[in-house]
Design a protein around this ligand. Structure first.
Ligand code: SAM
Length: 203
């Protein structure tokens, strides 16, 4: 079944705003998250793997997971071009499916606002994390819907209070929060800055 992200996949990495945002998020992660060469990590809703490939030299193994076959095709191409062996690619939706393995870190960037039942997903993340494992949630702060030009979304970003509450309900304890990053996007009324948070929670 075609996924709405499939047709965006081949030009996903051409967007300079997106690449700058990935750089800014990577800086916060490398500065704040205790990544180790022994770690197994999951990039969930990985898209073309922009975030995961930025971290790959700091960790042991990475699983790229997404529901879009088109996005995962781009991940595969990058893996082959870059020659990494420590990569697993899987097409799955963890709200309903399971994937093999367990992880020291799960990263998920700009995905959960697309997911209706984030409570089910966070519980699955909890079950996929090793003891003391960390879920790192990168997403939009509360916004007015203009980020997706008014297209209906399950969530118009997340407030710090609400995101921390759902994490705690899933058994994940917030340990880090930063909203220092903004991304400037062209919307109907011109350019607008959207705040992006990085929130880490430990099992
Ligand atoms: C806005 S894109 C972000 C991609 C990537 N994380 C990035 O920052 O470039 C959202 C991604 O989440 C994926 N996605 C949406 N719902 C999903 C779900 N329930 N499970 C896994 N992936 C999902 C989409 O296919 C898409 O690749």
């Amino acid at each position: 079944m075609e996924n709405s992200f499939d047709k965006k996949a081949s030009s996903w990495d051409d967007n300079t705003r997106r690449l700058k945002l990935i750089d800014d998020v990577t800086d916060v992660i490398i500065r704040e998250m205790p990544l180790q060469k022994s770690h197994r990590i999951l990039d969930y809703g990985c898209g073309t793997g922009l975030l995961g490939f930025r971290m790959i030299d700091h960790i042991g193994e990475i699983t790229f997971c997404d529901t879009s076959a088109g996005m995962l095709e781009q991940v595969k191409k990058k893996q082959e071009t870059l020659g990494y062996q420590n990569v697993t690619i899987c097409q799955a939706d963890l709200t309903t499916d399971d994937i093999p393995g367990s992880f020291d870190f799960i990263f998920s960037m700009l995905v959960l606002h697309h997911v209706e039942n984030i409570e089910a997903l966070l519980k699955r993340f909890h079950s996929k994390l090793n003891p003391e494992g960390i879920f790192c949630w990168i997403d939009l702060d509360e916004e007015d819907g203009s980020f997706h030009s008014g297209e209906p979304m399950p969530h118009l970003g997340f407030s710090k209070k609400n995101s921390e509450t759902v994490l705690l309900e899933a058994g994940l304890e917030p340990i880090f929060y930063s909203s220092e990053i903004t991304t400037r996007k062209e919307v109907a009324i011109g350019y607008k800055d959207f705040r992006i948070f990085v929130l880490a929670a430990r099992k």
